[in-house]
Ligand binder design. Sequence first.
Ligand SMILES: NC(=O)c1ccc[n+]([C@@H]2O[C@H](COP(=O)([O-])OP(=O)(O)OC[C@H]3O[C@@H](n4cnc5c(N)ncnc54)[C@H](OP(=O)(O)O)[C@@H]3O)[C@@H](O)[C@H]2O)c1
Length: 305
Amino acid sequence: METIRLGKSQMEAPHLALGCMRMDGLSTKAAAGIISQAMDAGINFFDHADIYGGGASEEIFAEAVKESGAKREEMTLQTKCGIRDGYFDFSKEHILNSVEGSLQRLNTDYIDILLLHRPDTLMEPEEVADAFTRLKESGKVRHFGVSNHNPMQVELLKKYVDQELIVNQLQFGIMHTVMLDAGLNVNMQHEPAVNRDDSVLEYSRLNEMTIQAWSPFQHEKTKEVFVGNDKFPELNAKLSELAETYGVNESAIATAWILRHPAKMQAVVGTMNTERLKAIAEASGVALSREEWYAVYRAAGNVLP
Ligand SMILES: NC(=O)c1ccc[n+]([C@@H]2O[C@H](COP(=O)([O-])OP(=O)(O)OC[C@H]3O[C@@H](n4cnc5c(N)ncnc54)[C@H](OP(=O)(O)O)[C@@H]3O)[C@@H](O)[C@H]2O)c1
């Protein structure tokens, strides 16, 4: 598994992270199986949030780590805070409480990376700054980042927060390309030209923030998995053709498409199926050509100007 440098930090992270959002649906034994498979494939990076399974995903993960024999110091644990029941909360009190809860549930002394999950428009950035400093100085959190933030929201945080924001986790995949569509359709009248994210892709590259692509196999509008889905015949034909060329499966090609972007993103995959994870991990060794990359983009229904 190849690695990337996360933001301006010295942290090396694998091309793929395992998203643990659906881990609450697993037995401890099954969760231990997927963790072991991930570690065997070089995916030692696990993405959590305080709210996944209402906290149960973090708990089952910790139980499963014990059962799998995996070593905490060989893993990177990332979690998120800031989403509550019906509202967002970046208050100092909530951030600190949320981290305490995650530390307990994950059965660990420290979190490697803490992300603010979704922008809270009622945020007081001074409170976030206070919370981050407390967490950093106490050793409870080593690195910080955000999720679903646009560039100006990141800038607002950066004005107050002392720590480097190394990651922005955003939805991205072949059928959710909002962050690059406008950049391919500059100064045009049609729908894809609408800049919906304040150029977060270019901003992240300019400022060396790593984009983590969440839900990489999801179709934007229907929320269905597009791989192997009859509703998207042209895309699946292209994925199958490339799968044949590279000797991997279609999900690996869909992942390789994300990794091919020079922004050097990390893909956060959510499968809880060991065989599927093993196959997807092969994406790390696939380097799609420029022509292949654009052919996949077009096969997903996008028209180049
Ligand atoms: N920051 C945010 O706001 C945010 C939001 C959502 C998610 N996330 C993170 O992103 C991670 C991934 O999200 P996700 O689970 O929605 O993304 P995903 O990796 O796109 O989808 C995985 C789901 O698709 C299913 N699937 C069916 N066929 C598949 C195929 N051929 N290839 C791959 N998967 C297939 C998997 O089922 P099986 O388990 O049966 O394989 C699993 O339920 C989450 O775990 C979480 O960590 C972050």
